[in-house]
Design a protein around this ligand. Sequence first.
Ligand SMILES: [Zn+2]
Length: 93
Amino acid sequence: MMNTPEHITVHAASGRLSLTWNSGHTQWIDNATLRARCPCSTCRRLTHSGQAARIEPCVAIVDVQPMGYGVQIVFSDGHAQGIYPWDYLAGIA
Ligand SMILES: [Zn+2]
């Protein structure tokens, strides 16, 4: 069975993303970590070439759009290309 979250919330005070999986487990992911782990082709290319974009620690999550197999996350630095599949999110510690 696919691991899918029942609830996705952006915690207002900390800016962290909270995912409650259908297993009942709640996972917190730091917003700057999410931005640094953006799976879009541009960010992956930068990471692979050792030139990862500098991430502001204060980067915030502006919007979260469900995409069926995951979520598109819009960040306060204007980056919104990343679509994070559920399995990928589950694998971010
Ligand atoms: Zn990206």
